[in-house]
Write a protein that binds this ligand. Structure first.
Ligand SMILES: *Cc1c(COP(=O)(O)O)cnc(C)c1O
Ligand SMILES: [Zn+2]
Length: 424
């Protein structure tokens, strides 16, 4: 039994100290100190945060997490930064919805939707931005920025406003009107680039070098991407500290997909779950921007970039994915599949999710769901596999994707007889 005295001797703040110990190069393994750096100075490989978990007791940690705030900061010891009061409230701890109707329709026993469309700016990007922003404040940046396919712009703009920092977002000129508005309303400077996302990103990298701003997905990328691990932690916790058998997640740069995997791995090595094996990690791409899915199906060792993405799933339209290579490895090692779907399949899946589960997702969610549907149909996800699908963005921002799909019916006169005539 824990006495009140014992509890008060161990204030939450003490245990919430981050276990992050440095940055490690994913290519050559060289260790670097924690700093706003994202490439290895020895081999130019990508850096990621590494941790020393040896002082974490799984029983205590689990208790601590369960008593923590109902947002991503309940996992603070496993993140690379202290929670910061100037980040947005209400990020993460989103619902894991048991999808009874959809499961029955698709022919699977146990299906869950991790609904990240309900974050403060309506996409999973609030998670990664919260971590990057807290780190940017710690490093002392006065300007934050990003290159974005749409959702990141909104998340950075809102978080920048809340933190009182100057904010710049670089977007391809083709982004949806709803996403421009969702960034501009927070007062961010919008830099509209006549080119693809990859071109906007290249420009942003030059600006990062030249001006020393904190670009959340460039020089702060090692910290930013750790935010996605919270999706794995929440999934396991919401399943009663168990891992699913199979997951389906979208792939744009591959950051989300690789970090969900890292999150599951950490839970296993920390002993927070009894499982010993990772779930089969399946990935989803749109046929109009399919570099990782193509490499997967061709059994290729390298990713061939897609120069001109053409898909309604703008959020996933990254032709040259930074973590594409690592995503391929994960799919192969875990028995997952990286599959692609057409725009028509995406729209059908958006409608299916809304009409069976009451969740309106943007096309990226349609990509993920359509891939799930395909994998079940082809027997690549079996009926008895406990499956989680990640819905990462909200449909209300991308209403233009469904233009012409629904029209107001002919008005009737406000009379009961007219209504009855309508029923036929
Ligand atoms: C950014 C984004 C993703 C995934 O992006 P990664 O670059 O692969 O991390 C998925 N869905 C939506 C809606 C997004 O905005
Ligand atoms: Zn290196």
């Amino acid at each position: 039994m824990t006495s009140i005295l014992e509890k008060s001797e161990k204030p939450i703040q003490n245990i919430a100290v981050s276990a992050a110990s440095g940055l490690i190069c994913k290519a050559c393994g060289a260790l670097h100190p924690i700093s706003p750096a994202h490439v290895c100075d020895e081999c130019f490989g990508p850096l990621e945060v590494t941790y020393d978990f040896s002082n974490l007791d799984p029983v205590k940690l689990k208790k601590q997490i369960e008593a923590g705030p109902r947002d991503i900061w309940r996992y603070a010891p496993l993140l690379p930064v202290q929670p910061h009061s100037r980040t947005l409230s209400g990020v993460g701890y989103t619902p894991l919805q048991r999808a009874w109707n959809l499961a029955a329709k698709l022919g699977i026993d146990e299906l869950y939707i991790k609904n990240d469309a309900v974050n403060p700016t309506h996409s999973f990007k609030d998670r990664v931005v919260a971590v990057a922003l807290a780190k940017a404040l710690e490093f002392g940046f006065d300007t934050i920025a990003c290159a974005s396919t749409g959702n990141l712009a909104g998340a950075v703009a809102a978080a920048g406003a809340r933190a009182g920092l100057k904010t710049y977002v670089f977007v391809p000129a083709s982004i949806e009107p709803g996403k421009i508005l969702s960034a501009a309303v927070y007062g961010a400077e919008i830099v509209s680039v006549d080119g693809t996302y990859d071109e906007a990103n290249r420009l942003a990298s030059q600006v990062a070098d030249e001006y020393g701003w904190g670009f959340v997905n460039i020089n702060l990328r090692p910290f930013y991407s750790e935010g996605s691990k919270t999706l794995a932690y929440e999934t396991a916790e919401q399943l009663g500290w168990k891992l699913p058998d199979h997951v389906v997640a979208p792939i744009a740069s591959g950051s989300l997909y690789t970090k969900i995997t890292k999150g599951f791995k950490e839970l296993i090595s920390l002993g927070l779950v009894a499982d010993q094996a990772l779930p089969a990690m399946s990935g989803a791409q749109a046929a109009g921007c399919n570099p990782v899915a193509t490499a997967y199906s061709n059994e290729a060792g390298e990713i061939t970039p897609v120069r001109n993405p053409t898909t309604i799933a703008h959020s996933l339209a990254i032709g040259s994915p930074a973590d594409g290579y690592y995503s391929l490895q994960i799919a192969r090692q875990t028995g997952g599949i990286i599959e692609q779907v057409t725009d028509a399949e995406i729209i059908e899946a958006v409608k299916l999710l809304a009409s069976t589960e009451g969740i309106f997702t943007e096309p990226a969610g349609g990509v993920t769901l359509a891939v799930l549907k395909k994998l079940i149909k082809e027997g690549k996800i079996r009926r008895d596999e406990k499956t989680v699908v990640y819905i990462t963005g909200n449909g209300y921002k991308t209403q233009s994707a469904l233009e012409g799909e629904y029209n107001l019916p002919q008005p009737i006169t406000p009379k009961l007889s007219a209504f009855e005539k309508l029923l036929g």
